[in-house]
Design a protein around this ligand. Structure first.
Ligand code: 5GP
Length: 196
């Protein structure tokens, strides 16, 4: 998605070779027009998948799941992060290791909002190590729903997440794929051939 790549170049802050800060337009302050366009793009990509529900994880996936849900005309559900799951049978839950916070936490969603009749699109802001998204795919599997695919706003293609998801046979669609980055420089996957 060209508009997104241009915005990352203009307003993204590359803090290191692995961490990109986009909190001025994507995940703290949110450019609502861009978020809606991102949702429409996911809607176009997954239009033929008969999606019944979009699933994400709080907090930074919510605006994109909502935008994708609007585009596809379906509800979205977000997994909540909590230290311990006390409701037992009433929730599906999975453990996730956070790349940015360097801690393990549990995510859960109510069993009322996902089940065998659903076809699910998982959406998130970043795909890095894949831990968050794999946690969500575990929840989808536990629920008996069918996973149609994963949509990421930004994929750091030099990290292992895409490979781990594809190993599980999951369709991964990212709107901006970063091949490499360092402070002051970002290279997208589709530009790799231009660099040689
Ligand atoms: P993963 O589980 O794929 O390693 O990372 C998923 C989560 O970590 C994302 O939802 C995002 O919130 C956060 N994250 C991973 N890499 C970055 C990054 O470079 N920048 C920011 N802002 N968040 C990231």
């Amino acid at each position: 998605m060209k508009q997104l790549e241009e915005r990352i170049r203009r307003d993204g802050q590359i803090l290191s070779d692995t961490v990109l800060k986009v909190d001025s337009f994507l995940n703290h302050q949110v450019d609502t027009g861009l978020a809606l366009e991102i949702g429409r793009e996911f809607g176009r990509i997954f239009a033929d998948e008969r999606i019944t529900k979009v699933l994400t994880i709080e907090a930074s996936g919510i605006q994109f799941a909502m935008a994708a849900g609007i585009a596809l005309g379906v509800p979205f559900v977000y997994a909540k992060k909590k230290k311990a799951v006390t409701q037992g049978e009433e929730v599906y839950s999975a453990e996730v290791y956070s790349f940015t916070k360097r801690e393990t936490y549990q995510v859960s969603i109510s069993r009322n909002y996902l089940g065998p009749g659903d076809r699910v699109l998982i959406v998130d802001d970043f795909l890095a190590t894949g831990a968050a998204l794999i946690g969500l795919t575990d929840i989808v599997a536990e629920s008996g729903a069918k996973l149609a695919g994963v949509g990421c706003v930004i994929e750091k293609s030099f990290q292992e997440g895409r490979g781990l998801l594809e190993e599980r046979g999951i369709r991964v669609q990212s709107l901006a794929r970063i091949a490499a980055m360092s402070p002051g420089h970002v290279q997208f996957v589709d530009e790799e051939s231009l660099v040689h």
